[in-house]
Design a protein around this ligand. Structure first.
Ligand code: PS7
Ligand code: MN
Ligand code: MN
Ligand code: MN
Ligand code: MN
Ligand code: MN
Length: 363
């Protein structure tokens, strides 16, 4: 049947693969390695979420226009002939929305079991994004107050991706059906990636007045005391002002210790997988994230410019992330490097030791 074909030679699917290469440097490689028709399913899932995220990120779309777009996106995405050319010229992936018919055609051709998972996850994510975007519109900046709010935002934009992917594994019969019910673990897989991205992209996001680092972390009295103010930093952009280097690194430690708390759940998830290609797809982004955290930790450069792990390090992680044991050792190795650089006067020092110790214990 048509469902069973990968459709690699269909012009619309070819264009979708092209858009995957164009819009995702980090995922296109691992997606293509997934076995059978799942690679195509994940490719389309990625493009749907990339389209949604492009609208979410575009600060030039007024709230009155953005709200209905986001809240209808799961319907627009499969509506024949729907396209969107109103994104600002700065949105790097705007062309995907301009040529959206290639995505909708392929979605409408997809096995309905997979299409339903994609659209169900998209619908949940779009409402979460719309709520946060609406709050942001009132002040023209996105502000996260508490760690709970931070966890919820990350659940919407990444934990749900983990949920959707895991439902694919179950629906394809390639992994156990009950894996889809391990919501704690699937959520942790997404949060480890998303929080690492939010840590690394701090400066870039701050310049667009999108402040994902929760005030509860950066505004903590401890940091404030150190700069001689009771309430912590007044404005998060003070983190990259001259003179605040030490406190900025402390705040960064607070963010890193928070994300490290997801590491053992991620290792638990990976241990449950049985198919090699699915394992690699899931594990490689996780080890890359651990490498990125280790690169960011105690690194003030992160507040000034975009930093990235070296090509050779990335290549080595791709080769080594093949089984749960080796991935756990990679996690342990980065946890040790982080711990070795922590300073005892860091307010997060004790919690960091505990978080790194838990990863050590897992092995
Ligand atoms: C479907 C692979 C494997 C169980 C577009 C993969 C943006 C980090 O800051 O592009 O916009 O540049 O660097 C990915 C769990 C989601 C979570 C989320 C979906 C892992 C829209 C990835 C990609 C679950 C919301 C991309 C979460 O980072 O972001 C597929 C298991 C999209 C995964 C966004 C972030 C992903 C992200 P930026 P990036
Ligand atoms: Mn990106
Ligand atoms: Mn984005
Ligand atoms: Mn976004
Ligand atoms: Mn980012
Ligand atoms: Mn960046």
């Amino acid at each position: 049947s048509e469902h069973a074909t990968s459709g690699w030679d269909r012009p619309t699917m070819r264009r979708c693969w092209h858009f995957l290469d164009l819009t995702s440097r980090s995922f296109s490689g691992v997606i293509k390695e997934v076995e059978g028709d799942l690679a195509r399913v994940i490719c389309l899932f990625y493009l749907v979420l990339r389209g949604l995220d492009t609208i979410e990120d575009d600060m030039t779309i007024p709230d009155e226009k953005k709200q209905p777009l986001l809240r209808q996106f799961h319907k627009l995405a499969v509506k024949p002939d729907w396209t969107f050319d109103q994104c600002g010229p700065n949105e790097k992936d705007r062309q995907l929305l301009v040529e959206w018919t290639v995505v909708s055609e392929e979605l409408n051709r997809l096995d309905p079991r997979y299409r339903e998972i994609i659209l169900d996850v998209t619908e949940k994510m779009q409402y979460g994004m719309a709520d946060y975007a609406h709050k942001a519109a009132a002040t023209d900046e996105l502000y996260i107050e508490t760690v709970d709010e931070y966890n919820l935002y990350c659940h919407y934009v990444a934990g749900l991706v983990g949920e959707g992917l895991t439902r694919f594994w179950a629906a394809s019969g390639k992994e156990a059906a009950w894996l889809g019910d391990q919501l704690e673990l699937t959520n942790a897989m997404g949060l480890l990636l998303q929080k690492t991205n939010i840590i690394r992209d701090f400066r870039e996001d701050a310049e667009e007045r999108r402040f994902f680092w929760p005030r509860e972390v950066w505004g903590a009295a401890l940091y404030g005391k150190a700069v001689g103010r009771a309430g912590g930093f007044a404005d998060i952009t003070e983190l990259y002002a001259p003179g605040n280097e030490k406190q900025a690194l402390w705040v960064l430690s607070g963010m890193v210790v928070d994300v490290l708390g997801h590491a053992t759940d991620a290792l638990d998830y990976l241990r449950l997988l049985t198919k090699q290609s699915i394992f690699c797809f899931c594990a490689i982004p996780q080890t890359m994230a651990m490498a990125t955290l280790s690169l960011c930790f105690m690194n003030y450069d992160m507040f000034q410019r975009h930093i990235k792990i070296r090509k050779a390090e990335a290549a080595s992680l791709i080769m080594k992330s093949t089984n749960p044991r080796d991935v756990a050792y990679i996690f342990r190795d980065y946890a040790r490097r982080i711990h070795a650089r922590a300073l005892p006067d860091d307010p997060s020092f004790l919690r960091l030791s505990v978080a790194c110790g838990r990863i050590e214990q897992w092995c």
